[in-house]
Design a protein around this ligand. Structure first.
Ligand SMILES: *[C@@H]1O[C@H](CO)[C@@H](O)[C@H](O)[C@H]1NC(C)=O
Ligand SMILES: *[C@@H]1O[C@H](CO)[C@@H](O)[C@H](O)[C@H]1NC(C)=O
Ligand SMILES: *[C@@H]1O[C@H](CO)[C@@H](O)[C@H](O)[C@H]1NC(C)=O
Length: 178
């Protein structure tokens, strides 16, 4: 937990020292891959532009072995320089433990990025499919450029989900801040 606190402080410093507050968030790509087809499948995973101002992300899973009683998530933020390189965040969290207590501010920041558009909003066990539905760009734009200003560039949030000590799902969300 000391590491988390350290990152939280860094985050705070960063949010005050990034002089150029960036102005636009844009999804560039998404890659959802099941790493264990006997455990789960990806029912839907796409970015869509309804019109110029309304763009969103949808992701739906299909689980074959329920309930899910434990979930570990490795989250890495990458920034494109010469290829995607680690950027600031790389942590592993216990999903069920977090949902029970919600006491970590860093995880809370990532969780709040999609939670209002998802059914991932209760404690474990999970006995149903999980979705993030029509998560709008405008919502993320606000969180990434106003709540926590992030310097411009191309980024990827790479998450790997494991349960019962086996990796089952790989998610990469690519976006640009300009
Ligand atoms: C998506 O990610 C998977 C797992 O990392 C990888 O094997 C696959 O090549 C990627 N697909 C595309 C289109 O990049
Ligand atoms: C974009 O699409 C959304 C949802 O269909 C709609 O509510 C909104 O008015 C549209 N905006 C424009 C500028 O057409
Ligand atoms: C979780 O989200 C679903 C779908 O939006 C909603 O029906 C449900 O009431 C929410 N549950 C909690 C505990 O917030």
């Amino acid at each position: 937990m000391a590491a988390f606190r350290w990152v939280a402080v860094l985050l705070l410093i960063l949010s005050f020292t990034v002089v150029k507050v960036c102005c636009k968030f844009e999804f560039t790509n998404i890659n959802c891959t099941s790493l264990d087809p006997e455990f789960m499948d990806v029912a839907e995973c796409f970015l869509k532009s309804a019109n110029r101002t309304y763009k969103y992300l949808t992701l739906k899973t299909r689980f074959y072995k329920l309930p899910i009683n434990n979930i570990m998530i490795r989250v890495k933020v990458l920034k494109r320089l010469n290829g995607y390189k680690p950027f600031l965040y790389d942590f592993t969290l216990d999903g069920c433990k977090y949902l029970k207590g919600k006491q970590n501010q860093l995880i809370q920041f990532f969780y709040d990025m999609f939670a209002p558009y998802s059914n991932v909003n209760h404690t474990c066990p999970y006995n149903h499919d999980v979705y993030v539905e029509k998560l709008p760009i405008s919502y993320l734009d606000h969180r990434v450029t106003v709540v926590l200003p992030v310097p411009e560039g191309y980024y990827c949030i790479h998450s790997t989900f494991s349960t019962e000590k086996r990796a089952v799902f790989d998610l990469k969300v690519y976006f640009q801040i300009s």
